[in-house]
Design a protein around this ligand. Structure first.
Ligand code: C2E
Ligand code: CA
Ligand code: CA
Ligand code: CA
Length: 275
């Protein structure tokens, strides 16, 4: 499905003139960019509503391109997923996150970090082995965010790999819940402890009639399955208040913090502890 929509995007780009060529150029530059150190990680906190504290952070990759400036992950992750580049990019991310978490620990901050894992990687045995090797003895406290659709291609294999990750202490979160083809059949089988409600349902929570119903029933469903719920895309105090009443466990979004570089995250966490 992802490959098909990507192909559609490329066809659309051709129609719009020249942009597809541009994307091909980006795709070629990606492996070099990783080696040249043009990739950086930003971190976005998740606030635990009842505990009123930051319970974890999510790592989001940024590409500081020498001539194009900052390229958004939405523009290069889909390209990377079509090649082996996603493997190198994700292994780089895991290494960087482990290093950053050590730096955080040296500043007295102990905080799990969640990494986005593309669906194609869940059936990639070599990736799973390398990722486990990096993480198993590192002492890092990590989470993986995966979408439900990522297990559809080969559910048995993907679920087995998720169980391996969960077995070495990685918290599994289901990302973008409700945005893709949701399947309750898979939801039940995944060793997931967190469910992230897609921002599609959250950004208009207080102006829409239906979104509050969808969000509330999703929270109840997740709790019935003994998962904690994260609402992403929380931009207003009104949304936060409503989510709090609905029993949502964690919130993430511009209201709490935008994704920020490590030094800014440390300053933010420091300020949270003080105040
Ligand atoms: P995602 O995992 O769903 O990440 C959330 C996206 O929503 C991020 O966009 C974040 O900056 C944005 N966001 C956060 N809070 C708000 C808010 O309050 N309002 C709005 N409108 N947006 C908000 P970003 O950083 O551009 O990342 C886009 C997507 O790229 C991510 O979606 C994720 O699927 C993918 N991605 C990012 N980093 C990685 C990575 O290291 N590996 C993989 N495989 N994918 C990544
Ligand atoms: Ca995510
Ligand atoms: Ca998401
Ligand atoms: Ca997304």
């Amino acid at each position: 499905i992802e490959a098909r929509s990507e192909r559609r995007a490329v066809i659309c780009d051709v129609a719009c003139g020249g942009v597809a060529h541009d994307r091909m150029a980006l795709a070629h530059e990606l492996p070099v960019a990783i080696r040249r150190g043009e990739m950086a990680l930003h971190y976005q906190p998740k606030l635990h509503v009842r505990q009123q504290r930051i319970s974890s952070v999510e790592a989001l990759v940024r590409w500081n391109h020498p001539t194009r400036g900052q390229v958004s992950p939405g523009d290069f992750i889909p390209l990377a997923e079509q090649s082996r580049d996603i493997v190198d990019l994700t292994l780089w991310t895991i290494r960087q996150v482990i290093e950053d978490q050590r730096l955080m620990a040296s500043c007295g901050v102990d905080c799990p970090i969640f990494i986005n894992i593309a669906g194609v990687l869940l059936t990639d045995t070599a990736f799973v082995r390398e990722a486990c090797d990096l993480i198993a003895d590192s002492g890092a406290r990590l989470g993986f965010e995966v979408t439900e659709t990522s297990v559809i291609r080969d559910p048995q294999c993907a679920i087995a790999h998720l169980q391996i990750f969960a077995g070495i202490g990685i918290t599994i979160a289901i990302d973008d819940y409700g945005a893709g083809l949701s399947s309750l059949a898979y939801l039940k089988q995944l060793p997931a402890r967190e469910l992230k409600i897609d921002k599609l349902f959250v950004t208009q929570l207080t102006s829409s009639n239906r979104d509050p119903l969808i969000v509330r029933s999703t929270i109840d469903l997740a709790h019935a399955l003994e998962m904690e719920v994260v609402a992403e895309g929380v931009e207003t105090h009104a949304a936060l208040a409503l989510l709090s009443v609905m029993g949502c466990d964690m919130v993430q979004g511009f209201l709490i913090s935008r994704p920020v570089p490590l030094d800014a995250l440390l300053a933010y966490l420091e300020q949270q502890r003080g105040g």
